[in-house]
Design a protein around this ligand. Structure first.
Ligand SMILES: NC(=O)c1ccc[n+]([C@@H]2O[C@H](COP(=O)([O-])OP(=O)(O)OC[C@H]3O[C@@H](n4cnc5c(N)ncnc54)[C@H](OP(=O)(O)O)[C@@H]3O)[C@@H](O)[C@H]2O)c1
Length: 322
């Protein structure tokens, strides 16, 4: 089969470690199934893999890609849940299994014609979503869903600030948050990105670091170092930061005094459960939410998509079609 693999780690030049070519077809172990990939979405996780973050060289070469939608062996249209873990080992939540991994961390990922996963990791694809749209759900949209509806504690009508509007998770937060009745504010590094955010449904969009008209109930963080101080400053007393990523760096000054003095909460969030993925798919179907896709590319042009993500020259998701 044709596949895109991480062959080498290069922290400075991640594209240097990307290999495109033929790989042996996978063989599904007992309890696993082989999915024919129809579409696979790119995440920043795939760039981190090439940089050697969250993976060690002894795991390489490994097929990259966390997200896929495709056909199961019986021809059913499915979405692949990327979290390989045991719910029992995580108190009912596979994301809390200490041994859990995402596709492409321990097992080959989705940027290929075929991918094998545990049978329980398949959910039905809603007919209303195309394969390309459905392939965006398992990482970025699932993470946004859990941040909003499990971790934020925010009631509909609350004001939520999304840092870095153009990202896959950030644009999902805008769409899902808007559909759920939050007042969504966003920041973005360029005017074009801020305009897109408003077109997507953000109530207002601001330059990074801007003074807001009023303090917000919740800040959604994926950017990290570049926006952290602004996130802390923008919260009302008692407000929450929900954080799932730190693209620009993970060691900003912690702003501890402000956190305790204004009684803020910092809540970490990672991926979501299979059941949450199934509810997210239904939410998209019911609320008419369709993932925002920057571009669809043949898998053979994966380098172009990776390059756009590395430079930040995109809005929403890049999807590959094998
Ligand atoms: N914990 C989890 O389960 C989980 C799940 C998904 C993602 N993540 C993490 O969340 C982060 C975002 O992932 P993604 O796939 O959404 O990435 P992405 O699509 O590549 O988006 C990148 C984002 O980073 C922002 N950004 C990058 N550098 C910046 C800088 N110097 N200053 C300001 N903003 C900057 C961009 O904001 P602009 O719009 O302003 O350009 C954009 O929002 C990644 O670090 C990823 O690993 C974690």
């Amino acid at each position: 089969m044709f596949a895109v693999t991480a062959a080498r780690i290069d922290a400075e030049d991640p594209l240097a470690g990307l290999d495109l070519g033929e790989r042996p077809d996978p063989v599904a172990p007992d309890g696993w199934v082989t999915v024919t990939v129809k579409a696979a979405a790119l995440n920043h996780h795939d760039v981190w893999t090439l940089r050697g973050v969250g993976i060690s060289a002894d795991r390489l070469p490994i097929v990259v890609g966390c997200d896929a939608a495709g056909l199961d062996p019986d021809g059913n249209e499915v979405i692949v849940h990327s979290v390989i873990g045991d719910p029992d080992a995580g108190g009912g939540d596979e994301t809390l299994d200490p041994r859990r991994s995402l596709l492409s961390e321990r097992y080959d990922g989705t940027f290929a014609q075929l991918v094998t996963v545990p049978r329980r990791n398949l959910i039905a694809k809603p007919a209303a979503l195309s394969f390309e749209e459905a392939s965006c759900l398992p990482t970025a949209y699932l993470t946004a869903y859990k941040m909003l509806f499990e971790k934020s504690g925010a009631q509909p009508g609350a004001t939520i600030l999304v840092q870095g509007a153009s990202g896959g998770v950030a644009s999902a937060l805008i769409l899902l948050g808007r559909a759920a009745g939050y007042r969504v504010w966003a920041t973005g590094r360029t005017e074009a990105k801020r305009d897109r955010a408003v077109n997507l449904g953000a109530d207002r969009a601001f330059e990074p670091g801007a003074r807001l008209p009023e303090r917000v109930d919740v800040v959604m963080e994926t950017v990290g170092q570049a926006t952290w101080a602004h996130s802390v400053r923008s919260l009302r007393p008692g407000g929450r930061i929900v954080i799932c990523g730190a693209t620009s760096g993970d060691a900003p000054p912690a702003e501890l005094t402000r956190i305790f003095f204004t009684q803020l909460s910092v809540i970490g969030s990672t991926m979501g459960s299979r059941d949450q993925l199934a509810r997210l798919a239904r939410f998209c179907e019911q609320a008419g939410v369709r993932p925002v896709i920057d571009r669809v590319l043949p898998l053979r042009d994966a380098r172009v998509g990776f390059a756009a993500m590395i430079t930040g020259d995109l809005f929403g998701k890049v999807v590959f079609v094998p």
